[in-house]
Design a protein around this ligand. Structure first.
Ligand code: TA6
Length: 292
């Protein structure tokens, strides 16, 4: 793509064609064209924040294991038809780069996907969805905007399904969810209340509901916290597959589960967005790194 502004470039990577953003102060991020999937964020003076499996492989129609798969226009299993792909159908398809910009305040790229006329066998609605990735010297922001271009209200669930790189799952804790109700996807989808920080001694797969707008992954091993602030979201997912599920997934890489945790900014489970014709919903997540 010619005529890109300073700080924005396109490149081929082992994980497919991508856009690279460079922040005014030197931080770097990469987003795959396929699925508009964030693959990497290295803040200036720090190490990689985003986890991608050592066994990640490109597969048509599927997202790579890691980064930020865009789960849209449904989260998890399709609500009525389990034969449809989990986490919607846009995370494995090419998006279009529709705009890029850079300046002293930051560098950004916007990707677009439209369902108008396509995919009706999967989803009988019409919408345009844009993902803007913005990199500045203080952090990285993702904004997922859905415009209902059809004549019917549409039900939307979604998630920015980010895999974060950590030192060791046994040593990290997720703060900010104390007292929050959650659905435990490991059990019989029981509803429970979070007591204190979320810690990990086995598979964890929970959809937290209610106040989830300020979450932190506390990682003593890397001497940092990853701060996650969100808007337009009434739910957050915390997931680590641990050993058995990692083996079933088959693409987590050797002991990959130990160095990742997913904290996903979502509209999931009870948190369904009903979007009127011509209305727009905006789901945003902002990631910052703080020294512990
Ligand atoms: O967000 C958690 C989750 O729904 C887990 O249950 C697990 O299935 C994970 O997403 C990964 O899903 P994927 O379809 O990318 O393998």
């Amino acid at each position: 793509m010619s005529g890109l502004p300073h700080g924005v470039s396109q490149l081929d990577t082992p994980l497919g064609p991508a856009v690279e953003l460079v922040a005014p102060g030197g931080g770097i991020a990469r987003i795959a064209i396929n699925g508009a999937q964030l693959l990497s964020w290295v803040p200036e003076g720090d190490s990689e924040v985003i986890w991608v499996s050592a066994a990640a492989r490109t597969q048509p129609g599927k997202s790579l294991r890691g980064g930020t798969p865009v789960c849209w226009p449904w989260f998890g299993a399709h609500p009525a038809d389990a034969s449809k792909p989990a986490h919607g159908f846009v995370r494995g398809l090419p998006w279009q780069i529709v705009s890029t910009s850079s300046g002293d305040a930051g560098t950004e790229a916007t990707f677009a996907f439209t369902t108008a006329g396509n995919h009706r066998e999967l989803w009988p609605y019409e919408a345009d969805v844009h993902l803007t990735t913005r990199l500045d010297d203080e952090g990285l922001s993702l904004a997922l905007e859905t415009l209902n271009t059809g004549a019917e209200p549409l039900p939307l669930t979604q998630a920015l399904h980010t895999y974060f790189r950590i030192s060791d799952i046994a040593d990290v804790a997720v703060d900010g969810l104390d007292g929050s109700p959650y659905i435990d996807a490991i059990g019989e989808w029981q509803r429970r209340i979070q007591q204190g920080a979320v810690t990990f001694a086995g598979e964890v797969d929970r959809i937290y509901l209610g106040e989830t707008s300020s979450i932190a992954i506390r990682d003593p091993g890397l001497g940092r916290s990853i701060l996650i602030s969100s808007q337009g979201s009434g739910s957050a997912v915390v997931w680590n597959p641990w050993i058995a599920k990692s083996e079933r997934l088959g693409d987590m890489g050797p002991d990959g589960y130990r160095t990742m945790v997913c904290v996903e900014t979502a509209n999931a489970a009870d948190d369904v967005v009903s979007l009127a014709p011509r209305a727009t919903h905006r789901l945003t997540a902002r990631y910052q790194v703080a020294v512990l």
